[in-house]
Design a protein around this ligand. Sequence first.
Ligand SMILES: N[C@@H](CCC(=O)N[C@@H](CS)C(=O)NCC(=O)O)C(=O)O
Length: 216
Amino acid sequence: MTEQLPILYSFRRCPYAIRARLGLLFAGLQVELREVVLKDKPPQMLAISPKATVPVLQLPNARVIDESLDILLWAIRQNDPDGVLDSEHYSQAKDLLNQNDTEFKYWLDRYKYFERYPAMTQTQYRQRGEAFLQTLEQLLDKNTYLLGASPSTADIGIMPFVRQFAHVDRDVFYRLPYPCVQQWLKGWLEHPVFVQSMKKYQPWQDGDTPVIFPAQ
Ligand SMILES: N[C@@H](CCC(=O)N[C@@H](CS)C(=O)NCC(=O)O)C(=O)O
C-alpha cells in the first residue's frame, strides 16, 4: 500500500508558497502538489482553509497548516539534515522573518504595484523597501548566509521576497549598492533546491493523477 502523502496547495510564483516548498525540499519530504490558479481556487482548498491563501498543507491526519512559516517549520521539524532550523539563531531568524512579512512585504507590494498606490512614486516605494535590504546587507557582509555559513529559516523564508523585489526591475536592483544581497540572491537562484522548487506544473483538477513533489 502506498503511504498517504500530505497535500500541498501551491502557486508557483507566490513567495509564500516558494518558502513552503523550499522547507519541504530541505526536509526531504514529499507531498502531493496541487497547483492552484489564484482566480479559480479549488473548492477542496477553500473547504479546508476559508482564508483562501496559498500555501495550504493538509496532513493525512486531516490537520491543516495554512501559514507558510508554519509549513516551513513543520517540515524541518520532521527532518532537518542541513540544520536549517539553527535553534541557536532562531530568535534572530524569527525577527527577520517578521520584518520581512510585515514591513518589507508592505513596501514590496507598493513598489511592484505602484499604479494601485498613487500616494508615492515607485522610486519612493523602492527606497522604503531598501531599508530591509540594508539590514540584510549588513548580515551578509559578515556571513555567506544571513545568520551563518549555511542556509537557515531566515534565508529560506526571505529569499523568495527579495527575488520578487529584484524582479520588479532587475537592472535597477543590480545597480543598487547592496553587493552582498545581490550575490546571495544570485547564489539562491542557481541553488539546486531553489531550481527544484520552481519546477512548473499544470493547474490541478479534481480527478488528475496525483503529482508527487518532488518527483522521485
Ligand atoms: N500569511 C500567508 C500569506 C499567503 C498569501 O498571501 N498568499 C497569496 C499569494 S502570494 C494569496 O494566496 N493571496 C490570495 C489571492 O491572491 O487570492 C502565508 O504566510 O501563508
